[in-house]
Design a protein. Structure first.
Length: 233
């Protein structure tokens, strides 16, 4: 009788298989993956910690937008300062603006947005330095502003963080500074325009931002709760 032909697995194939499962976990598409992603988040925070060598993995977990995973990452820390312990770079800012562009307003757990905006605000604390790291466009500014929630006041934590960021960017154009390029001027003026429309109770955001960007979702409707397994002894 012929012996069964067992597949010969290479280390590369096994690594790829493991990675496929990890990617599925991070996407939090069901309760089992959300529970596993929470465990992975706890592992990263408490065993490894956020470092210049592993922050892209943290970004993947933040991108999931899952409230339980984000809470596991942040713990009792202030979300806006979560990424402040490592040196910002162009990759980090590019990922931030990619997420802000991909996410609809309201469809992502606010704490995840506070993490993203906290990093952007830090990078643009000196706006010229931030711009050199990541040259903003008017579209980027619109995708930042679309996450403002006009149903809440300016003291709402998320609104306050976004408004602070827009104010920093608007300061790229100031009377005491040299006249910037037309691209920088357009970015600064749009940041100021969005901020002004939010703060003026007689105005609406769609007077500054295209309607298509202001379509809102609800993160509570799309948040997948973890399924906690019953442990039997």
């Amino acid at each position: 009788m012929a012996k069964a032909a067992w597949p010969l697995w290479s280390d590369t194939e096994i690594d790829a298989l493991e990675l496929s499962y990890l990617n599925d976990i991070i996407q939090c598409r069901d309760g089992y993956s959300t529970f596993a992603a929470m465990g992975f988040a706890y592992y990263l925070v408490n065993r490894q910690g956020l470092t210049p060598d592993n922050y892209p993995v943290f970004f993947r977990l933040i991108e999931s937008g899952n409230p339980w995973v984000i809470d596991a990452l942040v713990g009792d820390k202030e979300p806006a300062k979560f990424l402040g312990s490592i040196q910002p770079n162009t990759f980090m800012l590019r990922e931030c603006f990619r997420m802000l562009t991909t996410w609809k307003a309201g469809e992502i757990y606010p704490k995840a947005l506070e993490i993203i905006y906290g990093l952007i605000t830090l990078c643009y604390q000196v706006p010229e330095e931030g711009y050199r790291l990541y040259p903003l466009t008017v579209t980027d500014v619109n995708n930042m502003g679309k996450h403002l929630d006009k149903s809440k006041n300016q003291m709402d934590p998320l609104n306050r963080t976004i408004l602070t960021t827009l104010d920093r960017i608007a300061s790229l154009v100031e009377p005491q500074k040299p006249m910037p390029s037309e691209e920088i001027k357009d970015v600064a003026l749009q940041a100021n325009n969005i901020r002004g429309k939010f703060l003026d109770m007689t105005k609406q955001l769609n007077e500054a931002i295209p309607d298509i960007l202001l379509e809102r979702g609800n993160y509570e409707d799309r948040a997948v709760k973890p399924i906690v397994p019953e442990i039997r002894v």
